[in-house]
Design a protein around this ligand. Structure first.
Ligand code: GSH
Length: 220
């Protein structure tokens, strides 16, 4: 999107500097967290995407990003850790190849810890209807903010489109069913937006990746 060359590499959160994906290795400069990565790339290679935005647009982009990353993302986490169907799908992928003996207790132990984290974060304290009410409001607001233009701020993409795509693209195309995923799939406006970004900029990452929790990331 910014015209910088890169090689996508699949990584395990357990190997990441902060125990979460994504992180980058830019010629030996290792940096974690998409927000710090974007800041670093802007500082190092110039702000190729957002410099044309007004202060108000930058602020709106920031608010959209926070809504998606700090609210909707956790609703999607609920769908994969708390919901039985989501967890069954997730654990089949996550614990594939684990010895039978460990399979008897490890998945439930990991699930319990993840649910505790969701409670600490806050989303895990609500009942199912409330969780999806929160998510559906985020989706409705996001849809409202999309105009007839190709991207959030007219016809040129910004870093805020990259961030939004990371959350809504994975949620719509991921394997975890929920009313929020249904709402994203049913919205022609959001679907066209996701497809446009995926096809134009992320053709090299065709499938939504299931994020793996390794033993080292579990300890964090
Ligand atoms: N604020 C971070 C959030 C990253 C994040 O939540 N990554 C998840 C992707 S599934 C992860 O690695 N989770 C592993 C874990 O929580 O142990 C960013 O934008 O980079």
């Amino acid at each position: 999107m910014a015209g910088l060359s890169y090689e996508p590499v699949y990584g395990e959160p357990g190997d990441a500097p902060k125990g979460k994906v994504p992180w980058i290795d830019d010629d030996g400069h290792i940096l974690a967290d998409s927000n710090f990565i974007i800041g670093y790339l802007k500082d190092t290679y110039g702000d190729r995407l957002d410099s044309r935005l007004s202060g108000k647009e930058q602020a709106l982009g920031h608010a959209i990003k926070r809504m998606l990353e700090e609210s909707l993302y956790f609703v999607s986490s609920y769908s994969k850790w708390v919901e039985d169907e989501g967890f069954a799908t997730y654990s089949a992928e996550l614990f594939a190849g684990m010895p039978e003996e460990q399979l008897r207790y490890v998945p439930e132990m990991v699930r319990k810890r993840a649910i505790e984290k969701l409670s600490v974060q806050g989303i895990g304290r609500h009942n199912r209807d409330e969780v999806y009410e929160i998510g559906l409001r985020d989706v409705a607001s996001f849809e409202e903010l999309l105009t007839d233009a190709n991207f959030l701020f007219a016809d040129q993409p910004t870093s805020f489109d990259a961030s939004a795509f990371g959350v809504v693209g994975n949620l719509r195309d991921g394997p975890f069913p929920s009313p929020v995923r249904d709402a994203l799939q049913k919205s022609p406006k959001i679907s066209a937006y996701i497809d446009r970004i995926r096809n134009t900029y992320f053709g090299d990452i065709l499938e939504a990746q299931v994020c793996h929790i390794t033993s080292s990331s579990k300890r964090r």
